[in-house]
Design a protein around this ligand. Structure first.
Ligand code: XIL
Length: 340
């Protein structure tokens, strides 16, 4: 039947997924993407370490493979990510340690190279990712200590809190037609630490908008945790405040990590995941979100099945994506189809 790409389109929603260039030769994988997704984001290929593995030497090969696939299949592409504290080659970390002038020129050179080479294929970039510090209690990571609202990163140490605005301004200067997004995680739940992080992100976005910094959108990663309670209102109130700043809202990396305790049986697990997705995506769509991406399409291809930091510890695989490991559509798929 119709995929989420077409179902989204009929509802005015652009649905998409993260993809891997190395798997595009797998016919079943490629077919799933073609059917289900209208918007593609490379899971790795547009990160700094992929694009500029050595100083001044760019490699657009893997990203080019994603871009050719997108073009051949009539899909849109988004870029992820220009400035992040992960996927940094060690020469970059070293260079940032040499002070502000050097840091500024490294940023400028990266944006020069990347934005020129990806124009016009990519119209939409995550400019800065995960710059806001986690609050006390956040279970995702042992967060590095915060400086104010911001996470302690090599960028912050080199350029101070202004590095975020600098990145957005530099991106806008190089291409006035790009949609520029600030992207972050841990903003969806009904917990004190999620609420504190929402306030921190809101303060950042208010400062940026107040300073006429060219930010266009907030990306909610939406790596959801079943162990975290959810109610629509805290998220809805936050998204209303973001929209009042004139910003768009996107869901950029949706997936679901199941809890410590699994409800018995696959049907119960899948129903619980689908219900959470229905609530969170429904809340975002009600707030005017019109773009939804999952971080992969199937449980088999997901980082949740292979990344030690997020895999289950009990040998089971998270059932946190729309398709199961055989490519079958799960209740989460249905929840998205119905929401669109
Ligand atoms: C993840 C990828 O999925 C992994 O394969 C990789 O090892 C680490 O990065 N937030 C983001 C994404 O913004 O870039 C991350 O992607 C997942 C969390």
């Amino acid at each position: 039947g119709e995929g989420l790409a077409a179902l989204g389109r009929s509802g005015g929603i652009t649905f998409g997924t993260a993809i891997n260039s190395g798997w595009l030769g797998d016919a079943a994988y490629a077919a799933q993407i073609v059917t289900e997704a209208q918007l593609l984001v490379p899971e790795w290929e547009s990160k700094w370490a992929a694009l500029q593995p050595r100083p001044g030497s760019f490699d657009f090969g893997p990203l080019g493979a994603v871009a050719s696939f997108a073009q051949a299949k009539g899909k849109q592409l988004r870029g992820h990510v220009l400035v992040w504290h992960e996927a940094m080659p060690s020469w970059l970390v070293d260079g940032l340690g040499e002070g502000a002038a050097k840091a500024r020129s490294l940023l400028a050179a990266h944006l020069d190279g990347v934005l020129a080479a990806t124009r016009p294929a990519i119209r939409d970039w995550d400019v800065v990712n995960e710059a806001v510090a986690n609050a006390e209690g956040n279970p995702f990571t042992a967060a590095t200590p915060a400086q104010g609202d911001l996470r302690d990163t090599p960028w912050l140490r080199a350029l101070g809190p202004g590095y975020i605005e600098e990145a957005f301004r530099q991106a806008r200067e190089r291409d006035r037609t790009l949609r520029l997004t600030y992207n972050d995680y841990g903003l969806e739940g009904d917990t004190p630490w999620a609420e504190e992080k929402r306030q921190r992100v809101l303060r950042l976005l208010r400062r940026m908008v107040g300073a006429q910094c060219p930010v266009d959108a907030l990306g909610l990663q939406a790596h959801l945790l079943m162990d975290e309670p959810f109610r629509p209102e805290p998220l809805a109130g936050f998204l209303r405040a973001v929209r009042e700043l004139g910003l768009a809202v996107l869901i950029t990396e949706l997936d679901v990590r199941e809890g410590q305790q699994l409800p018995g049986g696959l049907a119960a697990r899948d129903a619980a995941v689908a219900e959470r997705v229905r609530q969170v995506v429904g809340t975002a769509l009600d707030a005017g979100c019109r773009t939804v991406l999952t971080w992969g399409l199937s449980d088999r291809d997901s980082w949740l099945a292979r990344d030690p930091g997020v895999m289950r510890k009990d040998g089971q695989v998270h059932r946190g994506l729309p398709l199961d490991d055989a490519g079958g559509r799960k209740p989460m798929w249905q929840a998205l189809a119905t929401a669109f």
